[in-house]
Write a protein that binds this ligand. Structure first.
Ligand code: DMJ
Length: 566
């Protein structure tokens, strides 16, 4: 109670009038005693029912989060985020521009948090990583857990953003809320700094859209739209094939400093996100720009469906003689052919056809067997087809999961054989190292000059906490139910715990070939939280459909986006 009294203010707590209160209590007690036994029982029952109803309807704060898939029924624009505006640049309100109605998905479900011991262990790992990030790198891109420092790549708080849906799916409400507050209050796209179109699209745009779909929270869509507008200048090239980099403040796009070309995988791994942004805002400009790139690549000459890893934004042509690989700069071109086809309800035939043709090309040109034990691996074609290199990046280990997803969607069942063979080989890249962790790059023995199927060069022996094989384990487990994949995943998780866990987080290591000389690198990549731990959590779930692959498609950074009917 506050009362003004001439020249000073009295602040006090209201005092109970004890006599009146005592009298009131007595009369309530008398009335109660006058009730019949039946009336009293009825009142007891009403209280009991009310009590149980309250218990039932109040969600357990730590364990369950309600997902409301997008509710964008209200037409019209979103509020513009004042903090994200750049003086002199008017970013359009996301609003209906014609073309699409904003997406409406009326499903809802609960994420209850971990239910198995293994999931609980993964959640503990996440919390450990998060704690270190919070303490020493909050608001920065990466944690450097050994030096208790941080690293800024784009200066966008990448670890927070990449982790949003992981926390949501794991039921980590407190951590999720603090991350949401940071995004709401501090995430801005106005830094005078170059960012990579592909990386920011899969990590930031993909994550914002994914968590928007999971929560229905329009703050995320507002941020995503602002970012989408700042990325669009990349597509203003003579061909429509985007430049790799853009300054988010000046909105000037340009090729990388070291080359006039863009990476093929980069320009073809942005379509899920840009399409989803269009579907959510009702404005087709994002989807139009990104889908055009796929159409251009579709029209180019390929080697039995396989593409070189560089493409020129001026001419819209591949760079002749550049490498063909399912590893770096080539990998997710193939992934997004299938996933775009799925995202659009299997209605765009050329995407499926190009995907099927590419898998045929992979079987014909890239898939080879080691001589001692017949391990199937995917090598690389160099110099326009003249040379074959028996080298496979760990990145390639996403492919078996994608193959299984394609078979699940009705594509040739023989793809599962290749998937199975590659699973085995990828597993060996882990199991044959003393750390039980795979190196970044593995070479394979085709000559039979010794009894080893594979070998690792010193410079390739690092492990960056990458997710690709875990991702495939999850797809294979979800789609086959074979628990061997869970067992393999658990062994790898234990290896991460043993060799990459440090006091303040998890770190990349420089050498998987020795348990006594790990060469810890002092860097926790954002995809460890965004992908690796998420896929492990999903892999160990009793509910194989915790993320239902008939309703969602995972973007290249493990952020689930909805599947549309067209
Ligand atoms: C992630 O950023 C994505 O999975 C990307 O497609 C490939 N590289 C990393 C993880 O290894």
């Amino acid at each position: 109670m506050v009362s003004a009294h001439k020249d000073h203010v009295l602040v006090g707590i209201p005092v109970l009038n004890e006599t009146t209160d005592l009298r009131r209590n007595k009369s309530v007690w008398r009335t109660w005693n006058q009730l019949s036994r039946f009336q009293r029982s009825l009142i007891y029952m009403i209280f009991a029912v009310l009590f149980f109803m309250i218990l039932y309807f109040i969600p357990n704060n730590t364990d369950s989060l309600i997902i409301n898939y997008v509710e964008t029924t209200q037409k019209g624009g979103l509020k513009k985020s004042g903090s994200d505006e750049v003086p002199g640049q008017v970013l359009e309100e996301p609003s209906l521009k014609g073309g699409f109605d904003p997406v409406q998905v009326n499903t809802s479900r609960l994420f209850f948090g971990p239910t198995t011991q293994q999931q609980k262990a993964v959640v503990e790992a996440f919390k450990h990583a998060w704690q270190g990030y919070k303490e020493f790198a909050w608001g920065h891109d990466n944690l450097k857990p050994i030096s208790k420092n941080y690293y800024d790549w784009f200066g966008l708080g990448l670890t927070i953003i990449d982790s949003l849906d992981t926390m949501y799916i794991m039921g980590l409400q407190r951590e999720y809320e603090e991350a949401r507050t940071w995004v709401d209050k501090h995430l801005q796209f106005t830094h005078d700094r170059d960012v990579n179109l592909f990386e920011v699209t899969i990590r930031v745009l993909g994550s914002l859209l994914s968590i928007y779909h999971l929560t229905g929270d329009r703050m995320y869509l507002q941020k995503a739209t602002n970012l989408g507008d700042r990325l669009l200048p990349c597509f203003e090239t003579p061909s429509g094939v985007p430049y790799s980099d853009v300054n988010l403040h000046t909105m000037q796009a340009h090729p990388p400093r070291w080359s006039p070309d863009s990476s093929t995988a980069e320009v073809s791994t942005i379509q899920l996100e840009f399409r989803d942004l269009s579907r959510c805002t009702g404005d087709p400009k994002y989807e139009d720009a990104a889908a055009k790139v796929s159409v251009i690549i579709h029209g180019l000459k390929k080697t039995d469906g396989l593409v070189p890893i560089f493409i020129n934004p001026q001419s819209g042509e591949f760079r002749s003689y550049s490498t063909i690989t399912l590893g770096a700069r080539g990998d997710s071109y193939y992934e997004y052919l299938l996933k775009q086809w799925l995202q659009t309800g299997k209605t765009i035939d050329y995407l499926r056809d190009d995907y099927v043709a590419a898998i045929k090309g992979i079987e014909k040109h890239l898939a080879k067997k080691t001589v001692p034990n017949g391990l199937v691996f995917l090598g690389e074609i160099l110099a326009g087809g003249k040379d074959f290199k028996p080298k496979m990046d760990h990145l390639t280990c996403y492919l078996p999961g994608t193959l299984a997803l394609g078979v699940h969607a009705g594509l040739p069942s023989k793809h599962l054989k290749l998937a199975d063979d590659l699973m085995n080989t990828c597993y060996q890249t882990y199991a044959q190292q003393p750390t039980f962790l795979a190196p970044e790059i593995t070479y394979f023995n085709m000559q039979g000059e010794n009894s080893n199927d594979l070998y690792v060069k010193t410079n390739d022996a690092h492990n960056l906490l990458r997710p690709e094989f875990i991702e495939s384990l999850w797809y294979m487990y979800q789609l086959t139910g074979n628990t061997t994949y869970q067992e393999w995943g658990w062994k790898i998780f234990e290896a991460f715990e043993t060799y990459t866990k440090v006091k303040n987080g998890y770190t990349s290591i420089g050498n998987v070939k020795s348990v006594t000389n790990l060469k810890r690198r002092d860097m926790m990549e954002t995809f460890f939280l965004g992908e690796t731990l998420k896929y492990l959590y999903l892999l160990f779930s009793d509910d194989r459909k915790l993320i239902d692959l008939d309703k969602f498609v995972m973007n290249s950074e493990a952020h689930p986006l909805p599947i549309y009917s067209s």
